[in-house]
Ligand binder design. Structure first.
Ligand SMILES: [Zn+2]
Length: 429
């Protein structure tokens, strides 16, 4: 007997894998029992005590497809209307932390693989499944560890992972999305130096807080160059067409076109796909009302598009705020990208559309944030993200990711399972 997908998800939610500390071994052991009961080849690879990765294989052969999801979750926090770790199921929903990010995806992948194993078609290749640790805190014990120590175990022709936007309805047309890239991170610390003196004679000194203030005002006025990479250009053109907007899309018109989208969250996510974003998010300087400060620092969150790099960030910052402020890029992760022109993307889009119906559309996008796909892409493995939900699923559910009352409707869980099943059959049967 194969457990129901909602039961698998409920079981996974009830295994508390809040990271830190993670304790993903709980999920790995659960999966071990499940896969062993179905006679599916599998193993557990532990990066550290408790930080386990689970890998399973179905079939053999040169063609390799990897289904990836992560076993850790972010802390629940307060204010939930139900126990975040009970894994409650009712007739429509499964409730709890991880229901969407990412145990819902994992349950769908697991259910699809169990079904495929049961139907026992002889696969023309290898279907790989990896439930990895530590995604929510950078993946050092998870995907990064596997790529470093046993890359052959997860190397594949392509990967399907989390990271896609949830489907949306625009002018009555249902649109599904496939993530093809992720913006990079360039977190900066800016430092202004001055001279201290008594606050009663401030002209004796050189006020570092004022220097930094001028730099931040300049950053606020900075307008990053609009850069429409082909996938984003195509995405926006299609959305504009469906919305019935007449103005043609150009680098100049993109903002006024996006302003016509009524869903603000969606519009701002789209805007972030068209440029580098710069957000000064914390500042510290000065110690006392009567002392002119000689130091002020600000931390700036910068996210860059595929095609941009740390040198670009540094030169843009320096051009904007001048050489008087020290710039230090403290945390850099490059953007990553897998083309929508590759066969795997086309297959994912085709399978999505076949399942969702002819009147739906499937479009590529890039994410403002990052997932484990970045490491796989850097290792040369094309990676695509999905956040598919069933038709009629409440679009507000997406807002519960990393928030309160996280849950997924059971119909979406099976829609995803059907997607993974169909994809595996199309690629490997
Ligand atoms: Zn996630």
């Amino acid at each position: 007997m194969i457990p129901a997908a909602e039961q698998i998800l409920s079981d996974l939610i009830s295994l508390n894998t809040v990271n830190p500390p993670g304790n993903e071994f709980k999920v790995a052991r659960y999966l071990q029992e499940l896969f062993a009961s179905q006679g599916i080849d599998h193993e557990i690879i532990e990066a550290e005590a408790g930080r386990a990765n689970f890998i399973a294989r179905l079939g053999s052969g040169a063609k390799r497809l990897l289904f990836l999801s992560h076993a850790d979750v972010v802390p629940a926090g307060d204010g939930w209307d139900f126990d975040p770790f009970s894994g409650k199921i009712d007739e429509k929903m499964v409730y709890g932390r991880g229901a969407l990010d990412c145990k819902g995806l994992m349950a769908a992948q697991v259910y699809a693989i169990l079904r495929l194993a049961r139907e026992a078609p002889s696969l023309n290749g290898t279907l790989l499944f990896a439930a990895t640790a530590d995604e929510e805190r950078g993946g050092a014990c998870g995907v990064q560890y596997l790529l470093k120590n046993c890359p052959e175990k997860i190397s594949a022709d392509f990967v399907v992972n989390e990271g896609g936007e949830g489907p949306r309805t625009l002018n009555g047309r249902q649109i599904y999305f496939v993530q093809v890239g992720e913006k990079g991170t360039a977190w900066n610390r800016l430092q202004a130096a001055g001279h201290s003196c008594h606050g009663s004679v401030p002209t004796m000194g050189d006020n570092a807080v004022l220097k930094m203030s001028r730099a931040l005002v300049a950053l606020d006025a900075y307008r990053p160059k609009i850069n429409l990479i082909p996938e984003v250009r195509f995405l926006l053109q299609e959305l504009i067409r469906i919305k019935g907007l007449q103005e043609p899309l150009t680098e100049r018109s993109v903002d006024s076109l996006l302003n016509k989208f009524t869903d603000r969250g969606f519009a701002e996510t789209l805007r972030a796909m068209t440029r580098m974003t710069v957000s000064p998010n914390s500042i510290a300087g000065g110690s006392k009302t009567n002392i002119v400060p000689d130091e002020c620092m600000a931390d700036v969150d910068i996210r860059i598009l595929p095609g941009q790099d740390r040198d670009y960030v540094f030169s843009e910052l320096q051009r904007c705020i001048g050489k008087d402020i020290a710039i230090e890029i403290r945390n850099y992760a490059p953007p990553t990208f897998s083309s929508s022109q590759l066969a795997p993307y086309k297959l994912i889009a085709e399978v999505t559309q076949e399942l969702a119906g002819k009147d739906t559309l499937c479009l590529p996008h890039i994410s403002p944030g990052a997932t484990d796909s970045r490491y796989l892409r850097e290792a040369g493995i094309p990676s695509y993200g999905i956040g598919h939900m069933a038709k009629g699923s409440d679009p507000e559910l997406g807002a519960t990711i990393h928030g309160k009352n996280e849950r997924i409707d059971i119909a979406s869980l099976y829609f995803r399972a059907d997607f993974f099943l169909a994809l595996a059959r199309r690629y490997l049967c």
